[in-house]
Design a protein around this ligand. Structure first.
Ligand SMILES: NC(=O)c1ccc[n+]([C@@H]2O[C@H](COP(=O)([O-])OP(=O)(O)OC[C@H]3O[C@@H](n4cnc5c(N)ncnc54)[C@H](OP(=O)(O)O)[C@@H]3O)[C@@H](O)[C@H]2O)c1
Length: 354
């Protein structure tokens, strides 16, 4: 098989891995394809559920005895330790596979070492150091290396950069199809964050609706001075809620939710301790910040965002927004990684270079 065909198999394994989003975390998303000694695909698998079989095991189970003499194409270095399941290296060695092609090395100290174990067992190992495999693993790598979750800033805007709906229009900027996409993603992540201005203006529920709730994201409001109304929808019983406020506030009337007190500097809350808390307390992998513009500016200033997910509606607001998201975006160092159409909206994804 030539190099392009092999790379293409690893990239197909990425597509498999992505199917685990929402159920595999906090483990990394991993996909695996196995070919027999003639290069024919005989097994495909991905890590489907946290605590259950890893991608290699699911692919080996499909491949059966024909894996002997074949090759495994796996997006991540096979694990080498006994965790909730036995080491994948053991199963690969037991299958008498000849070669393992690895997309990227494991950044995790506990699980890594798989390459050496395979080599010591006489298996040929090739590590591709592939950019797309690294991208797939980025949220896991970020958590391991920084103690922070992967933070996506998501918003809907008009063509001229406003987050506010034109007066007299529908309360939504984006199309129904775009809202559906957002709900699907909400059902796969760990937490949604908004500013108190959004709670007061829109009274959102921040729940997963008309999509499968693989996870129930924690709702978090950045509310330094505890201005969130007690009757706000974010306090309903449909999901847990955390209010992040300034240290030293009287929190006695907020017994209906969890409070996280944050340090502040010249009136600005430091948000990194909140995200670190989410990782240490809940093993959070993915957080989606849903606005408004004031909160986004704080997140960008504090260099916490990893990704932008922007829904640009074909409308134009008749007033110049106080915070223009088009201007804000130009000030960030980003790479556009995806552009699509959803309903009438243009959907853009940017990776932020931190
Ligand atoms: N199109 C969209 O996707 C979208 C999404 C969400 C909201 N919106 C719209 O945006 C508007 C609300 O946005 P907004 O910018 O006014 O409010 P916001 O960003 O939701 O909340 C801003 C408030 O949050 C607090 N805050 C956030 N981060 C902080 C930090 N690091 N340090 C200190 N305080 C912090 C401050 O509260 P204090 O004032 O108490 O200090 C600040 O005034 C609404 O009209 C809503 O409809 C649109």
């Amino acid at each position: 098989m030539n190099v392009e065909d092999e790379l293409s198999l690893v990239h197909q394994a990425i597509k498999l891995a992505e199917q685990g989003h929402g159920t595999a975390e906090p483990n990394p998303l991993v996909g695996c394809i196995i070919t027999d000694r003639n290069g024919v695909v005989i097994g495909e698998g991905f890590h489907e559920n946290f605590g259950e079989e890893h991608a290699e095991i699911n692919a080996l189970n499909q491949a059966g005895k024909s894996a002997k003499g074949g090759t495994a194409y796996v997006t991540l270095e096979p694990c080498n330790h006994q965790g909730k399941t036995p080491p994948c290296t053991e199963a690969l060695i037991g299958s008498e596979i000849s070669r393992v092609v690895i997309g990227t090395k494991d950044p995790h100290n506990i699980a890594s070492g798989g390459i050496d174990t395979l080599l010591n067992a006489g298996i040929t190992v090739d590590v591709l150091d592939d950019a797309l495999c690294k991208e797939l693993l980025a949220p896991f790598t970020r958590k391991i290396q920084t103690g922070l979750p992967w933070i996506t800033c998501k918003w809907a805007q008009t063509k001229n950069g406003s987050l506010e709906t034109p007066i007299g229009d529908s309360p939504w900027i984006s199309s129904k199809e775009s809202q559906q996409l957002v709900h699907e993603e909400r059902g796969c992540i760990d937490a949604i964050v908004v500013g108190v201005g959004t709670v007061i203006a829109d009274n959102p529920s921040l729940t997963v609706r008309e999509a499968t709730p693989f996870r129930t994201p924690i709702r978090i409001v950045i509310d330094p001075n505890l201005r969130s109304p007690k009757e706000a929808n974010i306090f309903n019983s449909e999901a847990p809620t955390i209010i992040a406020c300034k240290k030293g506030q009287d929190t006695s009337s907020f017994s209906h939710c969890k409070i996280v007190e944050l340090p502040s500097n010249n009136g600005k809350l430091e948000l990194a301790p909140l995200f670190q808390h989410l990782v240490s307390e809940f093993d959070t992998t993915h957080v989606m910040v849903e606005g408004g513009a004031t909160l986004f500016t704080h997140i960008f200033e504090q260099k916490l965002a990893n990704e932008l997910w922007i829904f640009v509606a074909p409308t134009v607001s008749n007033t110049e927004p106080i915070i223009n998201m088009n201007t804000i975006c130009k000030q960030l160092d980003t790479d556009c990684i995806h552009k699509d159409i959803c309903g009438v909206d243009t959907v853009l994804r940017y990776k932020i270079n931190l």
